[in-house]
Design a protein around this ligand. Sequence first.
Ligand SMILES: *[C@@H]1O[C@H](CO)[C@@H](O)[C@H](O)[C@H]1NC(C)=O
Ligand SMILES: *[C@@H]1O[C@H](CO)[C@@H](O)[C@H](O)[C@H]1NC(C)=O
Ligand SMILES: *[C@@H]1O[C@H](CO)[C@@H](O)[C@H](O)[C@H]1NC(C)=O
Ligand SMILES: *[C@@H]1O[C@H](CO)[C@@H](O)[C@H](O)[C@H]1NC(C)=O
Ligand SMILES: *[C@@H]1O[C@H](CO)[C@@H](O)[C@H](O)[C@H]1NC(C)=O
Ligand SMILES: *[C@@H]1O[C@H](CO)[C@@H](O)[C@H](O)[C@H]1NC(C)=O
Length: 217
Amino acid sequence: MTRLISSLMSSFLLLAILGFGLVLIVSGNAEGDALNAWKVNLADPNYVLQSWDPTLVNPCTWFNVKCNSNNSVTHIGLGNANLSGQLVPQLGQLSNLQTFEAYGNNLSGTIPDEFGNLTNLVTLELFFNRLSGPIPGTLGKLQKLRELRLNNNNLSGNIPMSLTNVASLQVLDVSNNHLTGDIQNNGSFAFLTPPSFKNNPGLKPPKCQISPPPSAL
Ligand SMILES: *[C@@H]1O[C@H](CO)[C@@H](O)[C@H](O)[C@H]1NC(C)=O
Ligand SMILES: *[C@@H]1O[C@H](CO)[C@@H](O)[C@H](O)[C@H]1NC(C)=O
Ligand SMILES: *[C@@H]1O[C@H](CO)[C@@H](O)[C@H](O)[C@H]1NC(C)=O
Ligand SMILES: *[C@@H]1O[C@H](CO)[C@@H](O)[C@H](O)[C@H]1NC(C)=O
Ligand SMILES: *[C@@H]1O[C@H](CO)[C@@H](O)[C@H](O)[C@H]1NC(C)=O
Ligand SMILES: *[C@@H]1O[C@H](CO)[C@@H](O)[C@H](O)[C@H]1NC(C)=O
């Protein structure tokens, strides 16, 4: 009888431990899965992503990734890493991300609309790549964004007006692309200077007037 009870108890213990482990894997790995979805889209000839092991409990020990005290990703630093491939929508799930640096690579394709979900983003550095398509209007949702460098890509279309609503914006560089339309000079764009926009042959400079029009038509 005691043997039966003790064997039952150890079975329960085993199940409890297994269950707890499963919970850890399932709940702890969402951000790791998002980063791994990007990794599998990349060619990495210099093995800078070798430590990105999706079977670990979270991505916080991976090289070029930093987390906060809650094991949520805050920094990705992959500048000049010789990466080829595309950005993936899953990156928009990194809800505590503050810094995303992937400049000086060989990234192609578009900037996913889902980047507008990175509402804690302060710095987005994607310059010197081969990105094409439009600058997503959703980036106007990034109300903490201070530095946005998208220069030296192959971006086209208008600069989204929503970016003028990002009051925190201090640095914008969209030079050396194929952007078109009028440059805004209101809101957060009021303090930007021509070098931010240069070498976009289809981009028209703002009207000289900075003050609002006398009447709203
Ligand atoms: C960690 O999570 C707790 C509870 O969700 C939150 O109060 C705290 O601000 C978070 N800490 C960081 C550094 O994000
Ligand atoms: C980048 O990767 C390519 C292979 O795709 C290689 O030929 C080149 O030497 C690498 N460049 C650097 C700076 O590591
Ligand atoms: C850049 O990426 C393209 C694929 O998008 C690839 O064909 C090319 O070899 C890459 N160039 C370098 C230098 O890695
Ligand atoms: C993220 O953004 C996309 C496109 O902007 C949207 O469709 C999606 O619902 C968002 N996801 C979350 C989890 O907020
Ligand atoms: C740049 O993008 C345009 C489409 O907007 C495309 O026709 C062109 O081939 C691209 N150039 C390069 C160098 O990727
Ligand atoms: C700047 O002007 C455009 C229209 O020209 C408008 O859509 C946008 O909301 C304005 N931004 C701010 C911050 O007022």
